[in-house]
Design a protein. Structure first.
Length: 283
């Protein structure tokens, strides 16, 4: 930090910047110097010397004699540097040494199309490095992460719906999206992404009202299921289970819900006649 050790001042020091703000990197390390500045002299005394800056730059500079209150003073035009080899040779210029600089920061560059920034670069210290994105995804895979200036292309194997019992493919795997699997259900609409071996609850079922009761599945699990309309004498929206005889005529956790027991996914049980008649439009 200027002023340097110049015969009057000691050289003050400051702590170097260790990193830059997000989105920037250190383009020049701490401790570099500004270029020294040469300048001409209007007149000289005929004396000169060697001037060496802290950066290592060297020039032979001239001197000049001035008079202050009648007292003659001789000054060599070496500013911020170290003087040596004074002699009576004429030099018509001076040198002003550059200041020592803190670490310099620059904004990270944006990677061009088709490339991505390598992770760990442009982290406030290192200049960003761009590399080509991975090749387009092969058949049987889909692009789970697209190629962008910040991310490499990632390909993931498509899901195989047939690998899970009672699963079917609802939407085929595409170039940029995985397959959507659904349950193959006997007389029950498909439920995307459901595990067919588990009992299911379908929320906000059309036609199912506020009243209802626990729907007990054959494996002992209890689901909350509603009744058709707002009457307990309507069809009980419990597929493959029982419990409609305990219907409660008040709003509860069964509101708008349809319970589907897992056995129906295997085709073991069929809905009761009243349920099938009421929900015939759903199948």
């Amino acid at each position: 930090v200027p002023p340097f050790c110049d015969g009057t001042h000691d050289t003050p020091c400051d702590v170097c910047r260790s990193s830059c703000d997000p989105g920037h990197f250190i383009s020049a390390p701490c401790g570099t110097f500004e270029p020294a500045r040469n300048f001409g002299l209007a007149y000289t005394s005929g004396w000169g010397a060697r001037c060496e800056c802290p950066s290592g730059e060297v020039r032979f500079v001239g001197g000049r004699r001035t008079y202050v209150a009648g007292v003659s003073e001789f000054q060599l035009e070496c500013h911020g540097g170290f003087v040596s080899d004074i002699h009576d040779t004429f030099y018509g210029g001076g040198l002003e040494c550059g200041s020592q600089l803190d670490a310099q920061c620059e904004a990270c560059k944006t990677c061009p199309a088709g490339t991505f920034r390598v992770p760990g670069t442009c982290d406030g210290i290192v200049d960003p490095t761009c590399e080509p994105c991975a090749e387009p995804c092969l058949p049987g895979t889909y692009e789970s992460t697209p190629c962008s200036p910040l991310t490499n292309r990632q390909c993931t194997a498509c899901s195989s719906c047939d690998a899970t019992p009672s699963m079917v493919t609802v939407v085929s795997c595409g170039a940029k999206a995985d397959a959507v699997c659904g349950c193959e259900v006997v007389n029950v609409p498909r439920v995307p992404h459901a595990e067919c071996s588990h009992n299911q609850v379908v929320e906000n079922t059309p036609g199912v009202g506020r009243f209802g009761a626990p729907c007990t599945c054959p494996n002992g699990e209890t689901l909350m299921a509603g009744a058709a309309g707002d009457a307990c004498d309507g069809a009980f929206a419990c597929v493959g289970g029982g419990g409609g005889d305990t219907c409660t005529e008040s709003a509860g956790p069964w509101r708008g819900r349809r319970g589907i027991c897992a056995e129906d996914y295997e085709g073991v049980k069929q809905p009761g006649a009243s349920f099938a008649a009421f929900f015939a439009g759903w199948y």
